[in-house]
Design a protein around this ligand. Structure first.
Ligand code: UDP
Ligand code: MG
Length: 319
């Protein structure tokens, strides 16, 4: 199988058929062997019914995975990747905001350039609400500052990639998944391609501002332990201020004992104690950060290629 199109669907009953038709018309003259992996993410409407109907009516290989409830788009994408059979895998939304013609271009680019592992699409122009765009920009600035992984602001998870990339992403087993981060974390050669975002074909977006905000926090927590290190910074700063205050008190006491006030000594003790408390929380944070990193159980490295000594290769061929 050349290509698997992985399509998360949550309440997309009106989009299933038009999406299928659009895929068929985009691929009809391409001669690619492809399958569609629909993941019904606990839809409350008749999405599953529409998918079953499509399955029984058409010849194209279709796989339908149906969740017991709504687990979210990230879980749907993971399930799709786990069950897809293609050499190339494409993550695409069901609402036709992302046209299948762009997928054809992505596949062509991957075919033309064997060194390339992934083609990620980004919106040629953003027609979103200005406020939302502002928050998105701030978020990407923040996550890029806080994390070692590089996040491209406008790259979406509308991507086509080779199987090793999918396997690498699947080897990351963490529960809170932030796909854009995971796809950056695994590395590989990625090309970026602009695409025209279309208006949603039917239904409405499932992402409210609160949901996006929660997703953004998940992203930062998954890819940075800097917030856990903040108390340490605060603790060290407060202790430094406390020591400075002590020094000033000693100087005043030595030079003009009559001007010395016990109040400033009390203030010094308060700042010192607060500093020590933050320092202790910071130490706990440091251990917590390490435990957290360990609990994600990410691989220590990902191999893309191994070139063995020629003698070993000959031995293998003989066997
Ligand atoms: N989706 C999903 N589970 C969810 C929310 C969304 O599978 O909990 C799917 C949805 O059906 C669509 C894609 O994810 O195919 C993108 O969702 P949406 O169009 O609502 O997001 P937007 O384009 O507004 O960012
Ligand atoms: Mg959409």
């Amino acid at each position: 199988m050349k290509l698997s199109l992985i399509v998360p669907c949550y309440n997309e009953e009106k989009n299933v058929r038009p999406f299928y038709d659009a895929v068929v018309s985009a691929f009809q003259n391409e001669g690619y062997d492809y399958e569609l992996v629909f993941v019904n993410d606990g839809s409350r409407d008749n999405t599953l019914g529409e998918l079953k109907k499509l399955y029984s009516e058409v010849e194209t290989p279709i796989r339908v995975l149906s969740f017991s409830r709504n687990f979210g788009k990230e879980a749907a994408m993971r399930a799709g990747l786990e069950h897809a059979a293609g050499e190339l895998l494409c993550l695409i939304d069901a609402d036709l905001q992302q046209r299948p013609e762009v997928v054809v271009q992505m596949v062509r680019q991957l075919d033309e350039c064997p060194a390339l592992d992934c083609v990620a699409a980004y919106p040629a122009q953003r027609s979103e609400d200005k406020k939302l765009l502002f928050f998105k920009k701030q978020f990407y600035q923040m996550i890029n500052d806080l994390s070692e992984v590089e996040f491209r602001q406008d790259a979406s998870d509308f991507r086509t990639f080779r199987r090793p990339v999918a396997e690498a992403v699947l080897s990351l087993n963490e529960y809170h998944r932030f796909s854009k981060g995971l796809l950056s974390w695994v590395g590989f050669n990625t090309a970026y391609m602009p695409y025209e975002v279309q208006p949603r074909a039917a239904g409405e977006s499932k992402w409210s501002f609160t949901k996006l905000f929660r997703y953004a926090v998940d992203g930062i927590v998954s890819f940075s332990t800097v917030p856990l290190r903040l108390p340490m910074l605060l603790g060290v700063s407060l202790c430094a201020v406390a020591l400075l205050m002590l020094l000033v008190n000693i100087i005043i006491f030595a030079m003009r004992p009559d001007a010395f006030s016990y109040d400033s000594l009390v203030l010094f003790l308060i700042v010192l104690l607060a500093g020590l408390q933050f320092l202790c929380i910071g130490i706990l944070g440091k251990y917590l950060a390490q435990t957290f990193e360990q609990s994600k159980n990410r691989p220590h490295y990902l191999l893309k290629e191994v070139i063995e000594p020629k003698s070993c290769q000959e031995k293998k061929e003989e066997e």
